[in-house]
Design a protein around this ligand. Structure first.
Ligand code: ADP
Ligand code: ASP
Ligand code: MG
Length: 628
């Protein structure tokens, strides 16, 4: 029998009437012949209210007790939902995370799932019951209640779908695994597979948050990687870790409205047509904080010391921009969410003192990002983004790139203006294949795009089963080395609106394709910009860049370096797993390999090292991540 996991977010269970509506939806699915698991969040603003309540007692509530408190929000919802379904005449039973064995690590308030037992759910489902599970919560090995981080109910829902898909036949108390050849859910949740529906207060994933940019458009479908990047750069519609699960375990998701029956957005494997446009969406994180460590010795092992100390506190570093050193000193800039700033400063300040460096920080900053798998094939995307920002009078404080995303840090006051301008530049407000129709348009004008149909043939089911026993472990799929590019660095670029944009316009006008870009503030009023271009274009890129830089400042120094090796570590959840950068920098530090540039994203972390050390660095990283 097919199985569907339906997740209802806070606003979808905020009132008795909405709970009844959600209950009817679950019953409809049950009566249409599916087994149904319902995952619910805390009602309305309950979680926020509980946090406020804690603050009335203390400024720094102990994390363990915070989890004990926050988990109550979801417990209210499951009981009410079970009552609603039973009142409507169907069988239902509610469970907390602990009761169905959602076992997590012990990082309170941001725990990760280690394993889920399916036995109790299976039994209730086989008895014909609708199973209702509290989202966002689990239990650690010492029976402490844990929570998965804000928005974590999405992750509970997808994790349950994943485990039921691959281990759903498990019976008895001995954890017998019968991960047989379960067929995929088919593109649209049909057949005997497992589907996952995320019901929320918007009718799908939009090109950007429609509450901030009303001209945003609903997408028909988006790939796992795109959604992973978008969620990790601020699209709060999905918890990014839920997409990690969806991708890792091939769970097709649909995000849709709990208030209407309109088709939502499919989050599915990548399809060819998704490359038609360079950018599929944009997002903003309004409350970021930037930390700069200026004047660190340009030596092997320094990044490792800094980022491993931060990772030790389980703080996820967001953008990292380390520039090419000069005069034996380098500067490292990174961002964390504003709430993590005090803890981060507490870690880096003493470290900076011991390195003879200084720490600066800025709180009123926002991060604006664009995402699209089409960036892999379309050129000039960064240049277009920077030109849009320059045109809107927005100065960029930091730039980092991934293969399918570009992020810039701007003044908080400019954040929304910046988001709107890039949204418009990439015509995300216009009808196009794959994106929703304008109100009143005829569907024939822009055909809807069907999601890819999943196919489990050829999937390594043994590997999947193994992954299920450590569900949220980091997965690194590949490590790659590229020596076909050289880098250009502009030192002491005056930190003014439009300067970067002019550099990239000049380089693009020469027909040169720019790849990795890192820009970082490198002292008061000065920025350092580095980017890579194909070796064959290096000299020309240097000339073009020099010509522009001299217009800003006749003494500007521009350097070309043909001797670089770029290393890429590819996987899922690369940024949010705090250990990845630590392991990566650690492996290089151990061998005394100096890191010259760093770039991070959710699906790829890249570093630049001296070319003669490239092969050795490749071997070190492969060993560190167990990749053959
Ligand atoms: P739930 O409580 O159902 O989990 P959330 O508030 O977590 O709901 O997520 C839904 C909200 O996400 C929307 O109301 C919208 O404002 C916001 N959002 C941010 N980015 C996007 C996007 N790209 N597409 C749709 N909604 C978005
Ligand atoms: N109730 C939790 C929160 O508000 C989890 C969730 O809604 O997904 O963050
Ligand atoms: Mg949510």
């Amino acid at each position: 029998m097919p199985l569907v996991v339906q997740k209802f977010g806070g606003s979808s269970v905020a009132t008795a009437e909405r709970i009844m509506r959600a209950a009817r939806r679950a019953i409809n699915a049950r009566q249409a012949g599916s087994q149904v698991i319902v995952v619910v969040s805390a009602r309305g603003d309950t979680t926020d209210e509980l946090i406020e309540l804690a603050k009335e007692i203390t400024d720094r509530p102990p994390a363990r007790e915070m989890d004990m408190l926050l988990a109550t929000g979801e417990q209210i919802s499951i009981a009410l939902m079970a009552m609603a379904i039973q009142t409507l005449g169907e069988k239902a039973i509610s469970f907390t995370g602990a009761q169905i064995g959602i076992v997590t690590d012990s990082y309170h308030t941001k725990a990760r799932i280690k394993n889920i037992s399916t036995q109790r759910m299976r039994q209730a489902l086989d008895e014909g019951k609708i199973v209702i599970v509290a989202g966002f919560q689990g239990i650690d090995e010492d029976y402490n209640i844990t929570t998965l981080g804000r928005g974590g109910s999405d992750t509970t829902a997808v994790a349950l779908a994943a485990v039921m898909k691959h281990r759903g036949q498990e019976t008895g108390g001995r954890g017998q695994e019968a991960a047989g050849r379960n067929q995929g859910a088919g593109g649209r949740g049909q057949g005997s597979g497992v589907g996952c529906e995320i019901y929320t207060d918007v009718d799908g994933v939009y090109t950007t948050d429609p509450r901030i940019v009303p001209e945003a458009r609903k997408l028909d479908a988006i790939s796992y990687d795109e959604m992973l990047e978008l969620a990790s750069v601020g699209a709060g519609v999905m918890h990014s870790r839920s997409i990690e699960f969806a991708k890792k375990f091939d769970v097709p998701l649909q995000v849709r409205s709990s208030f209407t029956d309109t088709e939502g957005t499919w989050i599915v494997p990548e399809s060819e047509w998704m490359h038609d446009v360079p950018v599929c969406g944009a997002a903003i994180v309004k409350d970021e904080a930037r930390v700069g460590i200026v004047g660190v010795p340009d030596q092997p092992g320094i990044s490792h010391r800094i980022f491993s100390a931060i990772a030790q506190e389980n703080i996820a570093v967001d953008m990292i921009a380390q520039n090419v050193g000069s005069g034996g000193k380098a500067s490292i800039g990174f961002t964390v969410t504003k709430t993590e700033l005090p803890n981060t400063l507490a870690v880096v300040r003493p470290l900076a003192v011991s390195l003879g460096a200084s720490v600066e920080h800025a709180e009123e900053v926002s991060k604006v990002s664009i995402v699209g798998t089409g960036m892999r094939t379309h050129t000039g995307v960064a240049e277009r983004m920077f030109a849009a920002l320059a045109g809107a009078g927005v100065n960029m404080k930091m730039i980092t790139t991934g293969d399918i995303k570009i992020s810039v840090l701007v003044d908080k006051a400019d954040g929304v203006k910046a988001l709107r301008s890039v949204h418009q530049t990439f015509q995300l407000d216009k009808p196009r294949a794959g994106a929703g129709l304008p109100v009143g348009a005829t569907p024939a004008a822009v055909p809807a795009r069907a999601p890819a149909v999943l196919d489990d043939n050829g999937r390594d089911l043994a590997a999947i089963t193994q992954q299920l026993s450590s569900m949220e472990e980091i997965v690194v799929s590949d490590v790659q080395l590229s020596t076909d590019q050289g880098s250009i660095t502009v030192f002491d670029l005056p930190d003014e609106t439009g300067n970067c944009s002019k550099v990239f316009q000049a380089v693009a006008a020469g027909g040169i394709i720019v790849d990795t870009i890192v820009q970082n503030l490198a002292g008061p009023g000065r920025a350092q910009l580095s980017f890579s271009v194909p070796q064959a274009d290096l000299d020309r890129a240097l000339q073009l860049t020099c010509a522009v830089a001299q217009n800003f400042d006749p003494a500007a120094q521009v350097l070309a370096d043909a001797n670089i090796a770029r290393l890429f570590v590819l996987g899922i959840g690369m940024r949010t797993h705090t250990g990845v950068a630590r392991r990566m920098f650690g492996a290089l530090a151990e061998r005394g390999i100096n890191i010259r540039m760093i770039n991070t994203s959710e699906v790829r972390v890249s570093v630049v090292v001296d070319q003669p050390r490239g092969e050795e660095a490749l071997a070190a990283l492969k060993a560190a991540f167990n990749v053959r």
